[in-house]
Design a protein around this ligand. Structure first.
Ligand code: GLA
Length: 390
């Protein structure tokens, strides 16, 4: 830069994991303008927006099957009769942000036009529509093209389109994406296959991502996929719905996404949420752990007594507290003890930990050397702990 030049002021995007809603899990191709507007109304009015959920993202199937003669993407006029700009303005008028979807290959996963060789013009189009977030999928990629290069292209196109647009790379964890994605400019990256509304799917994702935690951090977050909380088997297709989960399981899934710093993108129909679904999704203490400004990764501890189906996750928080989560993935209730020695408190330190229960929102006492709780099958307990002099 020459002396006197000024950097154009851009917002720093996604210093912490983004939060919002995405149409895919529940609606797949059954999307339309009214449903998206009603969703935005509910998010703005029922407390979700104030809890931090701000992006309203339309996933695949929003366009016509072909570009126009000038090569532009066209919003499907039956699904979106007023066009994307009007929808974007509506979403913005609710104090929310607008997200859309494209793909790095010739077609999207559902067969609509992809952005390959159209990256800069599509980024300009999204900017013109007032888009704030682009999910970028990985289908119909020519075998000769390296994924890394295609994400680099769209990353550069978005960074230069004149608008702040979050780049949500959806690369399914292939090609060791966690090793190179940060250098494409992406603010989040999907690290595994599509989630299903089942307990096994949650379990599989967590097991696959636990040892990749250190690749996630401020400005580029490991996206463990959209939340299934509150779907109860009502997915948009058979693959997604797959049976549903219990509230206990949804609670554990949400707590794991919070502890592991995943973006929190709601996937259920927010117009039909139960009180329990709202309670899980709006848990301010778990959201505060997810949105902790330092985005430090968790470390894993084995509980005492040892149990192959259970683990403890500890996340250091800004200011010196620790978030401590007890997770029991097994089929029977388990007594789980955390030993403070394993978290850096020796006997000689004369320090203990005070426990604040993030599910009950109440203090749970101060302890000297260890802490024990009973965790139901497929359940969790999460605490915010402060170091105390004894
Ligand atoms: C892929 C993605 C999903 C969704 C669909 C849309 O499978 O991983 O999240 O976007 O495509 O077709």
């Amino acid at each position: 830069m020459k002396e006197g030049d000024k950097m154009e002021a851009k917002e720093l995007l996604c210093s912490v994991p983004p939060m919002g809603w995405n149409s895919w899990n529940t609606f797949t191709d059954h999307i339309d303008e009214n449903m998206v507007r009603e969703t935005a109304d509910v998010i703005a009015e029922n407390g979700l927006r104030d809890a931090g959920y701000e992006y309203v993202v339309i996933d695949d199937c929003w366009s016509l099957k072909n570009r126009d003669s000038g090569g532009k993407l066209i919003a499907d006029p039956e699904k979106f009769p007023n066009g994307m700009r009007a929808l974007s303005d509506y979403i913005h008028s609710k104090g929310l942000k607008f997200g859309m979807y494209s793909c790095c290959g010739t077609r999207t996963c559902a067969g609509y036009p992809g952005s390959l060789e159209h990256e800069f013009e599509d980024a300009a189009q999204f900017a013109e529509w007032g888009v704030d977030y682009l999910k970028y999928d990985n289908c119909y990629k020519p075998a000769t093209q390296e994924g890394q290069m295609l994400y680099r292209r769209m990353g550069l196109a978005l960074a230069n389109c004149g608008r702040d647009i979050v780049f949500s790379a959806c690369q399914w964890g292939t090609d060791d994406v966690h090793k190179w994605i940060r250098s494409t400019g992406a603010q989040l990256f999907r690290s595994g296959p599509d989630i299903q509304d089942t307990w096994n799917s949650v379990n599989d994702i967590v097991n696959a991502q636990l040892d990749k935690q250190s690749h996630s951090g401020n400005f580029c977050h490991n996206d463990m996929d959209m939340l299934i909380v509150g779907m109860y088997g009502r997915g948009g297709n058979e693959y997604i719905s797959a049976g549903g989960c219990t509230d206990e399981e949804y609670q554990t899934h949400f707590a794991l996404w919070c502890m592991m710093n995943s973006p929190l993108m709601i996937g259920c129909d927010v117009r039909k949420m139960t009180e329990k679904t709202k309670e899980i999704l709006m848990n301010r203490d778990l959201i505060a752990i997810n949105q902790d400004p330092e985005c430090r990764s968790v470390y894993r501890l084995e509980p005492f007594p040892p149990n192959p189906d259970a683990f403890i996750l500890v996340k250091p928080l800004y200011g010196g507290d620790l978030a401590v989560g007890f997770f029991n993935m097994g089929d029977s209730a388990s007594n789980m003890s955390a030993i403070f020695w394993d978290m850096g408190i020796s006997r000689a330190a004369k320090r203990g930990l005070s426990f604040y229960d993030c599910l009950k929102h109440e203090q749970a006492g101060t302890y000297a050397e260890d802490f024990t709780c009973v965790v139901p099958s497929h359940g969790c307990r999460v605490y915010r702990c402060s170091v105390k002099k004894l």
